[in-house]
Design a binder for this molecule. Structure first.
Ligand code: NAD
Ligand code: UDX
Length: 459
């Protein structure tokens, strides 16, 4: 029986390796983490992350061929293949602060593998890392391992998106496996490909050299984010001209060379990946003495920041140039629908902006915990401001009661079907709705009496 260990039981390690266990009954998968609370949650009835379909997958194989544990060393010793799926956040201090990826977790996991492994292993970079990280991992592994032990390193970046992780994993567009193009590297590549071949069609399992594979991950995220910044830049032109950004996106998307996906204008992209990975690419470009390339990609993040501040300013302007002491209701705090994840959510920036303008804010999100909202906001604003000005509410109707404006920041489906007549009746007049996700029926809302403002539209 092949044994797999996954170091890091987060948004990627958990779902990815749970799906491997689900699809490969002959593979034993152990997902390990240093965070005891997270492992306890994976072993409970209340999994630590919300992903549609994940409960079914985990509950079907947990205790059979899927295990969650904090016994990192034991899992490393037993495994044939080891996924390194730890976090690689943007560095907060030191060289490259604000841009470079913090590789401390990758390095500590790598050192642990070298220290405790008693047999040869295939080590797989699952985390998103700068190009040529595999080389550093190999140097660390070779310098610290026991005699006679061989390590082959593969790059196998993950392309799942949160909220659709399970279907993305069950039916991936592609699985990428990079290796050194040596006989041993290619053999290791084949061993991992054989695991995926249990459910992924062979033509979708792509093999290539290590550095191409590492860079492809950063490149794919940069290209996706660039599309969003492009449509958001166009949304500003739409607002200034009377064009409608949904119509423009539709017209452009019909060109098969452009395609319709990922052209939804919004208050700005969030999530733990796009910004981090682009900044990482910017840093890489600068390190390679390519300042023009760095500036090009940096603009994608700058445009995203501009979009958030542009929307905030529009809200204040429409509310007669002041929101001080006004009641603002925020619908949605997660960075996208169908997840409870708030990392880099546009809502964090917007709520902080409203706080600075001394508004009273009530926040409703169907999946984000109160503690998470509090932690995200108080990271940037004083705790007293949070306590005085913010209420986290568990019912959208309650949240909107007495509000001067509702601001939609996450595209949760349920926001489309709320009873807006009822909501309107309980609000201060004139009652405003600002749709930062272009999901509401503006005509219907105007008929009810709302003042409606939508990104990329004037009517
Ligand atoms: P995460 O923070 O949710 O999970 C990482 C986990 O690794 C944490 O639970 C942490 O405790 C654990 N960890 C850190 N160091 C460890 C060590 N030495 N030993 C054991 N456990 C350790 O992060 P994530 O969102 O799962 O992302 C992981 C990687 O995957 C990142 O590089 C990210 O860029 C990449 N990625 C993320 C997504 C996504 O949608 N979140 C998608 C594709 C790729
Ligand atoms: C992204 C990549 O899509 C995925 O392949 C990679 O593995 C991890 O990073 P994720 O961040 O989970 O996935 O979600 P994604 O669907 O890409 O959305 C990112 C952000 O962009 C969200 O805030 C979303 O609301 C926003 N978005 C997305 C738009 O504003 N408009 C769009 O058209 C698409």
């Amino acid at each position: 029986m092949t044994k797999i260990c996954c170091i890091g039981a987060g948004y990627v390690g958990g779902p990815t390796c749970a799906v491997i266990a689900y699809k490969c009954p002959n593979v034993q998968v152990t997902i390990v983490d240093l965070n005891q609370a997270r492992i306890d949650a994976w072993n409970s009835g209340n999994l630590p992350i919300y992903e549609p379909g994940l409960d079914e997958v985990v509950f079907a194989c947990r205790g059979k061929n899927l295990f969650f544990s904090t016994e990192v060393d034991k899992a490393i010793v037993e495994a044939d293949l080891i996924f390194v799926s730890v976090n690689t956040p943007t560095k907060k201090s030191g060289i490259g602060a604000g841009f470079a990826a913090d590789l401390a977790y990758v390095e500590s996991a790598t050192r642990r593998i070298a220290q405790v492994a008693t047999s040869s292993k295939i080590v797989i970079e699952k985390s998103t890392v700068p190009c040529r990280t595999a080389e550093s991992m190999r140097t660390i592994l070779e310098a610290n391992s026991h005699d006679g032990i061989r390590f082959d390193i593969l790059s196998n970046p993950e392309f799942l998106a949160e909220g659709t992780a399970v279907p993305d994993l069950m039916k991936p567009d592609r699985v990428l496996i990079g290796s050194l193009q040596t006989p041993e590297g290619i053999k290791a590549q084949q061993a991992l490909a054989a695991v995926y071949a249990n459910w992924v069609p062979k033509e979708k399992i792509i093999t290539m050299n290590l550095w191409s594979s590492e860079l492809s991950k950063l490149a794919a995220n940069a290209l996706l984010a660039q599309r969003i910044s492009s449509i958001n830049a166009l949304s500003a032109i739409c607002e200034a001209t009377g064009a409608d950004v949904d119509e423009v996106a539709y017209a452009c998307g019909l060109d098969t060379r452009i395609g319709p996906k990922f052209l939804k204008a919004s208050v700005g992209f969030g999530g733990s990946c796009f910004q981090k990975d682009i900044l990482n690419l910017v840093y890489l470009s600068e390190s390679l003495h390519l300042p023009e390339v760095a500036a090009y990609w940096k603009q994608v993040v700058d445009m995203n920041e501009y979009q958030k501040s542009r929307f905030s300013q529009r809200i204040v302007k429409r509310l007669f140039n002041t929101i001080t002491n006004k009641n603002i209701t925020v619908f949605g705090f997660a960075f996208k629908k169908n997840t409870g994840d708030t990392r880099e959510s546009a809502a964090i920036t917007l709520v902080n902006y409203f706080l600075q303008e001394r508004a009273n804010i009530s926040i409703y999100d169907p999946k984000v915990d109160d503690d998470q909202i509090r932690a995200d906001i108080t990271e940037l604003a004083p705790v007293e401001a949070f306590e005085k000005q913010i209420k986290v509410v568990h019912d959208p109707y309650q949240a909107a009661k007495g509000a001067d404006a509702i601001v939609v920041l996450t595209e949760w489906d349920e926001f489309k079907t709320l009873n807006y007549e009822q909501i309107y009746a309980g609000m201060n007049k004139p009652a405003f709705i600002f749709d930062g996700r272009l999901i509401l029926d503006s005509k219907k809302l105007r008929d009810i009496g709302f003042q409606v403002e939508v990104i990329g539209k004037t009517l």
